[in-house]
Design a protein around this ligand. Sequence first.
Ligand SMILES: Cc1cc2nc3c(=O)[nH]c(=O)nc-3n(C[C@H](O)[C@H](O)[C@H](O)COP(=O)(O)O)c2cc1C
Ligand code: SF4
Length: 435
Amino acid sequence: MAVFEPVLMRNVGVENSTDISVYKSRGGYEAAEKALKMAPDDVIEEVKSANLRGRGGAGFPAGVKWGFLPKDRKVTYLCVNADESEPPTFNNRILIEEDPHQLLEGILIAGYATRTTVAYIYMRGEFMEQFHVLQKALDQAYAAGLFGKKILGGDFSMECYIHRGAGAYICGEETGLIESLEGKRGWPRIKPPFPAIEGLFGKPTVVNNIETLACLPHIIKRGASWFTAIGPEGSFGPKLFCVSGPVKRPGCYEHSMDLTVRELIDGQDFGQGMRDGRKIKGVFPGGLSMGVLTADELDMKLDFDDPRKHGLLGLGTAAAVVFDEDTDVRDVLVNVARFYALESCGQCTQCREGTSWMYKIAARIALGAGRLEDLDIILETTKNMGMMPGLSICGLPDGAAFPIRTLVEKFRPEFEERIRSQEAGKADYVLSVLN
Ligand SMILES: Cc1cc2nc3c(=O)[nH]c(=O)nc-3n(C[C@H](O)[C@H](O)[C@H](O)COP(=O)(O)O)c2cc1C
Ligand code: SF4
């Protein structure tokens, strides 16, 4: 495997990496200075040429998204999505706590390119320590004239605030985030209008993920062609990958997107294989919402295209969680189903009811009271929910359907065997308690 030079994580492990003087001593904020001397539209063109695809899950090209902003706008908001609630994802957290100035430099470049008036960093409520790290870095950046009025003595002005959420998965969805930022319940909005036209406080708004923004200083400094030379066609640039579960070295690692799931789990520079000689039963390679792979599918590439060939929703957050041969798939199913049932905001009937039905059925199966027909009912339910069939306001139910459907489809023989070998009489008892 080719040696990869870390870009996004190059300051991780450097002493006092969160301090502005250390960041600057390693070339920090040079890209922002360069960008601020360019015309804003030229910065957008450079990001378009790099084909920087959003790292928040959907993979939408950042430069194209910025290009949707109306030309005659007076006010623009930038919402920085630091909600990171997807299980088992922690790549944004690493970027915030280890190198906050890289993120702030990315915000400054994106803000300048889009003529942003105010940038709001929406941070998940559980990120207490990370909030303090980032606030301190932001204070340093303000003191250095990198935010506020007439940045670096030029004509561009932009304020930046950190807003702490209360810890809801749905506030990571961009319009749920916007509603929450406006002080309302985090209920996603019907689109169109898209945020670029009518977003925060009814004004043109860009929403970008932390890792997307962290790529910007490097694109501006080294150029779009440097970025497109990294990784496979259509999946350019450095990328962070998480791996967790019973592996020897769980953590967050950086590589190009030609990395396979097997390399992420077994590679010496990554997870270093399974602990105590355990065997892999399955992997959720892109956060839970993208779906599951069996142990026979580990050669899947962690890029924007390959996951679909394996029946998954997409690359997602590129955070893999592994489960081993001793794990009962009924427990996996009930855990996954519970998460989405709890996190559905409840506006759309098929999402609210569908996620809770699936959770109830999964709980019944896990408690030893499953029926073979329950598996078909679950599969049928997953096909009748979500944005993809045009039934919901946001993508949460698609993210619920994919892991549940792929789990039942790919591990069906084990589910059937577990149901067939349930303790006689227990099913009647459990059903009588549940009903
Ligand atoms: C239920 C749900 C939760 C989401 N949570 C996050 C999140 O925690 N962080 C994030 O960046 N994007 C999240 N997204 C995606 C955002 O809606 C949006 O696409 C993203 O922030 C755009 O940034 P990007 O283009 O830079 O990737 C979520 C989407 C859905 C449907
Ligand atoms: S799809 Fe689900 S989470 Fe999204 S808005 Fe509708 S009810 Fe809420």
